[in-house]
Design a protein around this ligand. Structure first.
Ligand SMILES: [Cu+2]
Length: 403
């Protein structure tokens, strides 16, 4: 029905906004663009190629180099607006090295929100993919593509993971929460902590082991994780915020488009627009079935939430035709043309027939993690509380999550 045309017009608006802002880009458009796919959507030949390149990179010492770089610059690239540009450039650098082995390499991402209810049962964390929790006194990982590896930075140790909450990590952040950040944050000063202090930190902490350390790039999950966060930044940018950059820099001052990225010493503007300069990649949306539920999520949010609440947490959904139609129906079904009300009552009936499963609170950042990053504890707790407020709103409204 109409939903596809609504989504298509939303996409068109996004593209034209990029075209208008294009004047800020001084680099050439890429002549060809490759696609970063969700890990679980790789074909078996893509996965065996990528796996073999990652193994070759370990053999040739690239893991300790990237772990060293991340650890060395740790204080400059977290807790301030270097966070997104640095990690975009860093993951790209990893991918660039991978492509020197074989041009077919690209950095997959992990659509972590999909697994937020029970992270440990994610297919990503199984033997066929990146493997699961570590075992024994040193939490050595014995399965997956890094099974039984010895890491050499900062000293020789077995590659390790130590899942949070005694091996069964607490829930992390739902698609609804992340969607709300993407829709309602208008500055990098808001968006950066909303991602860094939530999904970013919780995944690092709950995977544990090497992922818990300044040298977390020892775990290839680091690259999957940061490619996903980069994808979320890009979604936010495409929402009319392509050139939005503000907020604090490490050691004082602010980050702008002309500020240099830590370590790389290249201006932030060079990484802002995917498809230009060296950033010759794009993200495939997750083709897995549950991801196709995004438009269902919008419908259900519009049905469940009063208009003012919807506008506060999901301003784009509130502006969409979906919300207007459902709102009209809720207020005066008689005033609507028969065909429209039919379509909408079908949506409403369908949504109300779905079981209600409340959204769990996500795990919080630990005091140790906050201290290690020198984060402001009050800022972290405020961000976490806002996420919990949204979950309260959704659960109270008996919002039926499709995830
Ligand atoms: Cu980092």
């Amino acid at each position: 029905m109409k939903l596809t045309s609504i989504l298509a017009s939303a996409a068109a608006v996004g593209l034209s906004a990029i075209g208008m802002a294009g004047a800020q880009q001084t680099q050439p458009a890429c002549s060809s663009i490759y696609t970063r796919k969700e890990l679980l959507s790789l074909t078996s030949s893509e996965w065996s190629l990528i796996k073999s390149i990652v193994a070759a990179m370990q053999r040739d010492g690239w893991f300790p180099w990237f772990a060293y770089l991340h650890n060395q610059w740790f204080g400059s690239i977290h807790g301030n607006s270097q966070f997104f540009p640095f990690h975009r450039r860093f993951v790209y650098e990893w991918e660039r090295v991978g492509k020197m082995y074989n041009a077919g390499y690209f950095q997959p991402y992990w659509d972590e929100m999909r697994d937020y209810r029970v992270p440990a049962s994610s297919q990503v964390l199984t033997a066929n993919w990146v493997g699961g929790n570590g075992q024994g006194a040193n939490w050595c990982v014995a399965n997956g593509n890094q099974a039984s590896w010895t890491m050499t930075y900062p000293n020789s140790h077995c590659f390790s993971r130590n899942f949070g909450n005694n091996g069964n990590p607490s829930s992390w952040y739902s698609p609804e929460t992340i969607n709300s950040f993407i829709q309602s944050d208008t500055t990098m000063t808001q968006f950066r902590p909303d991602i860094e202090y939530t999904l970013h930190g919780v995944v690092h902490i709950n995977i544990g082991g090497d992922m818990l350390q300044g040298y977390s790039p020892n775990d290839w999950i680091f690259m999957l994780h940061h490619a996903n966060l980069d994808r979320l930044w890009w979604q936010w940018q495409q929402n009319g915020r392509l050139w939005t950059m503000d907020g604090p820099n490490a050691g004082g001052g602010t980050v702008s488009l002309t500020t240099n990225i830590a370590y790389f010493n290249e201006p932030v503007r060079t990484v802002m627009q995917l498809g230009y300069g060296s950033m010759c990649y794009q993200y495939a949306s997750n083709p897995l079935s549950r991801r196709a539920l995004d438009s269902t999520m919008d419908e259900r949010l519009a049905v469940a939430l009063p208009k003012d609440v919807l506008a506060q947490w999901f301003p784009d959904t509130a502006k969409s035709e979906i919300a207007n139609i459902t709102d009209t129906v809720v207020n005066s079904i008689n005033a609507v043309a028969a065909s429209v009300s039919n379509a909408v009552s079908q949506i409403t009936d369908f949504v109300e027939a779905q079981p209600f499963k409340s959204i769990p609170y996500p795990a919080r950042l630990t005091d140790g993690w906050i201290k290690m990053h020198n984060f402001n504890t009050a800022d972290v707790r405020k961000t976490e509380q806002r996420s919990r407020d949204l979950i309260d709103v959704l659960n109270k409204a008996k919002y039926r999550s499709p995830y």
